[in-house]
Design a protein around this ligand. Structure first.
Ligand SMILES: [Cu+2]
Length: 139
């Protein structure tokens, strides 16, 4: 084996080894791909309270995110639903417990005010067809 063959063999081994390490780092493990783990991170964030009003942010586009929010019970709350190029049925939002039903604009912000007395238990929102939903747990 001459010198240049040995060097290129070494480079090839390094490249193969590197790409195997790269692939195993980016692979989904146990069916958990990057998207659900991002959702879990968002779920962990407590809603912000501004001037005594709790703001719960929900994004509506191809479903609702985060799917579950843990909020504080018994304080005035605003559910802020954002659409951004939302042309699927998640823009047709229903919150049965609040008798709320509205067709949201494809892009915009909708504030749904909830009095302190209604900020309790579990509040469920869903699209008008019932395929997508989200849940707010007041604790
Ligand atoms: Cu739907």
């Amino acid at each position: 084996m001459n010198k240049s063959v040995t060097v290129s063999l070494g480079v090839a081994i390094l490249l193969i080894g590197g790409s195997i390490a790269y692939i195993s780092n980016t692979q989904c493990r146990g069916g958990a791909c990057s998207a659900p783990s991002v959702d879990k991170k968002i779920e962990g964030i407590r809603p912000e309270v501004i001037d005594g009003v709790q703001i719960i942010e929900i994004t509506a586009k191809g479903g609702y995110a985060p799917r579950r929010t843990v909020a504080k019970a018994g304080i005035p709350t605003t559910i802020r639903v954002r659409t951004n190029g939302t042309f699927d049925c998640s823009s047709s939002l229903l919150i049965p417990q609040l008798n709320y039903h509205k067709l949201l604009p494809s892009s915009g912000v909708e504030n749904i005010e909830i009095p302190a007395s209604d900020a309790k238990g579990t509040l469920r929102g869903l699209c008008s067809m019932g395929m997508y939903n989200f849940e707010i747990d007041f604790e």
